[in-house]
Design a protein around this ligand. Structure first.
Ligand code: URA
Length: 187
């Protein structure tokens, strides 16, 4: 584990720990406030994120930004990262070996941000962070305390694009996130 962001970022620039390095354009490290109280964890970059090097800048990201606005979360005040930092080809789910290879980067990001609340966006984030025994349908909207961190799983924003009825759950889950922070912004 690295003690500084500079060391951590340096350690990832030429990463070839898994096969996703062969097809990526950019490593999508993470974005936002490195002292955030709230951290969001997604699955992995899509085409737009791969092209621009920033998480959640495509269709799903725009929808997430709109939901943020609706409840009063400022994107620049939270920290946003993914389970895998390189795009899985054709937007497939990241495979087990790819997640395992990449997870130490995320663990290091969590160690440095020290968030009070982690929002797990979708099944891949939920299972990789809390364990395979968790299912997103049963877990979303729950508040799960573990080792001093509050985890709140919710739908992945891309799921809202496929099923409009999930939007209200997503908004309610974001409100729950805000309710669980005694104050919002930096720690
Ligand atoms: N979906 C994700 O899980 N992460 C992104 O960064 C973009 C889309």
């Amino acid at each position: 584990m690295y003690e500084t962001w500079e060391e951590l970022e340096q350690s990832i620039v030429n990463c070839n720990k898994c096969k996703l390095c062969k097809t990526r354009q950019n490593i999508v490290f993470g974005v936002g406030n490195r002292n955030a109280k709230i951290m969001f964890i997604g699955e992995g970059p899509g085409a737009d994120e791969d092209r621009l090097g920033e998480p959640f800048v495509g269709k799903a990201g725009k929808l997430m930004n709109m939901a943020f606005q609706a409840v009063g979360i400022k994107r620049e005040e939270v920290y946003i990262a993914n389970i895998v930092k390189c795009r899985p080809p054709a937007n497939r789910n990241p495979e087990e070996d790819e997640c395992v290879a990449c997870l130490d980067y995320l663990r290091n990001q969590v160690m440095l941000v020290k968030p009070k609340i982690i929002v797990l966006l979708g099944s891949v984030a939920l299972k990789n962070v809390l364990g395979k025994e968790y299912g997103i349908t049963a877990s979303r909207g729950n508040v799960i305390e573990k080792k001093g961190i509050t985890y709140i799983p919710t739908w992945h924003p891309a799921a809202l694009l496929r099923d409009e009825s999930k939007k209200i759950d997503f908004i309610n889950d974001l409100k729950l996130v805000l309710k669980n922070g005694e104050y919002y912004g930096e720690k």
